[in-house]
Design a protein around this ligand. Structure first.
Ligand code: SAH
Ligand code: SF4
Ligand code: F3S
Length: 465
């Protein structure tokens, strides 16, 4: 494209950063920026960073080291590269980034990226710019919507942020400091965004928030709506065949949310519900404000509403004071809850959080041994779940061409990748697939057209509407 300014955004961390990165690109599109897949030919490089664990945070500085060389090489050719650092490290460290990496032109926080055009102009004028204030205005009111073409190019699934920030203050976690106070977007803004996505061919929406089920946005009736109420409303949008939400907190599983799992066919029976630990002592020290029993009760309520539901979770091993008994409690909870998948992490002390100053920090070798043992258990349960899928017929949303010619790839309700032989024309469709084999990374199956029987028709018809 003639005169196009190339923009490369590298996203680290959670799904909200992925969403934010896209919205940054959309907001810079009217400035003439087009997306490129690599830093090498970019005029503007944005690192959208994550502060959650030390490793994630330090990655930014090694990346900046590489970019410094790239910038110097470009300058020798008379080309100027602008380097911007956004996201949660930017929020947490602010000026420290400019000190450690003086070639950075711009630092901005997760609540300021709607100001990118103005901030870039300021950086150009003054040499450097920084904006990590928590603004009074709502960034969502100032962001540019993506074009239909950009949305289509991004595929048939999409994220929509509905809630951001966190007031829970778990003692290990930086999110309340980097993302700020908990806030929810109004219902009709979310409906409008979802309708726009549906019009561009999106079939599956994942509602995202740091604490998505703490959602309490203003409804069209002027009252505060729960996530459950919002889900019922979104399920009515023609074209949207699948709904998911992440990440939820066990304390905020209310009755209206449980009811949606019973009532809404488009709500997928797969829930990521982080527990962190199975030990009441550790849960209390983490300030999770629920017990092991409360957690198990929450998943039981969801299971009785939707018997097909499967759960995944997050775990931290080696939290300060975690003894072997506590770790055993986590292992037994994993079996008892029957998680089919999970993310697990060694506790990483984060500056400014209460747990970083706690006594009884757990030695690194113990953390590593516990992590390996926990991951092996989760992997066994995951493998068993995948094996149990063999012989079942699961609805698959086809998303893209498969690994080999003549194949297409999609996802089951449980987010497992599924590969089948089939035509590209099925991309964007939800089709029943009989699973014939379970590989290490994907399920394989055959299209079970005959299964598009009475009970599946309404879904297919809504799709075409
Ligand atoms: N809002 C979500 C999680 C956000 S962070 C919740 O309430 O559960 C994603 C995951 O990172 C957490 O679930 C936790 O398992 C992990 N995590 C957060 N802080 C961490 C730390 N200091 N060390 C190790 N893992 C951490
Ligand atoms: Fe962090 Fe806890 Fe908030 Fe999750 S609920 S974002 S772990 S403080
Ligand atoms: Fe990381 Fe910030 Fe997400 S710290 S996990 S990018 S909210």
């Amino acid at each position: 494209m003639n005169g196009a300014r190339k923009l490369f955004v590298n996203s680290y961390g959670c799904q909200m950063n992925v969403y934010d990165s896209r919205r940054m690109m959309d907001t810079l599109a009217p400035e003439g920026f087009v997306e490129t897949g690599s830093a090498d030919d970019a005029e503007l490089i944005i690192l959208n960073t994550c502060h959650i664990r030390e490793k994630a945070s330090e990655k930014v500085y090694s990346e900046l080291g590489r970019l410094r060389l790239l910038k110097q090489a470009a300058e020798r050719e008379g080309r100027n590269i602008t380097i911007a650092v956004g996201g949660c490290v930017a929020q947490a460290e602010g000026r420290e980034i400019l000190r450690r990496a003086p070639m950075v032109d711009l630092v901005f926080g997760p609540q300021n990226y709607h100001r990118l055009p103005e901030l870039l102009a300021r950086a150009k004028r003054d040499g450097q710019a920084i904006d990590t204030d928590f603004p009074v205005e709502d960034k969502f009111d100032h962001l540019t919507a993506p074009s239909v073409a950009a949305t289509r190019a991004r595929g048939v699934t999409a994220f929509v942020t509905i809630q951001e920030g966190c007031d829970k203050f778990c003692t290990f976690c930086v999110v309340p400091y980097t993302r700020g106070a908990e806030s929810s977007r109004p219902v009709m803004k979310i409906v409008a965004e979802t309708e726009r996505l549906a019009d561009a061919g999106v079939r599956e929406i994942t509602l995202i928030g740091q604490n998505v089920n703490a959602y309490h946005g203003e409804g069209p009736d002027g009252r505060s709506w729960t996530l459950g109420q919002l889900l019922y409303r979104l399920a009515d949008i023609p074209g949207i065949a699948r709904l998911r939400y992440t990440t939820s907190h066990p304390r905020d599983v209310d009755d209206s949310l449980v009811a949606t799992h019973r009532d809404l066919r488009s709500l997928m029976p797969y829930l990521h519900l982080p527990v962190q630990s199975g030990s009441d002592r550790v849960l209390a020290a983490m300030n999770r404000r629920h017990t092991r029993r409360d957690y198990l009760a929450a998943i039981e309520r969801l299971r009785s509403a939707q018997p097909a539901i499967a759960f995944s979770s997050d775990f931290i091993v080696g939290f300060p004071g975690e003894g072997d008994d506590d770790f055993r409690d986590t292992m037994s909870l994993i079996e008892e809850a029957g998680f089919v998948s999970g993310f697990s992490f060694k506790y990483s002390p984060r500056p400014g959080t209460p747990a970083a100053d706690m006594d009884e920090q757990v030695p690194e070798d113990i953390k590593s041994a516990r992590l390996a043992e926990l991951q092996a258990l989760i992997e066994r349960q995951h493998a068993r779940f995948r094996r149990d899928c063999v012989g079942r017929t699961l609805d698959v949303l086809f998303e893209k061409p498969g690994r080999h010619p003549g194949q297409i790839a999609g996802r089951s309700p449980y987010l497992e990748p599924v590969q089948v032989s089939g035509p590209d024309t099925l991309i964007g469709e939800i089709v029943p697939v009989t699973i014939t084999a379970a590989g290490p990374n994907s399920l394989f199956g055959t299209i079970a057209r005959s299964n598009i029987a009475e009970d599946r028709m309404p879904l297919t018809q809504t799709a075409g509407a």
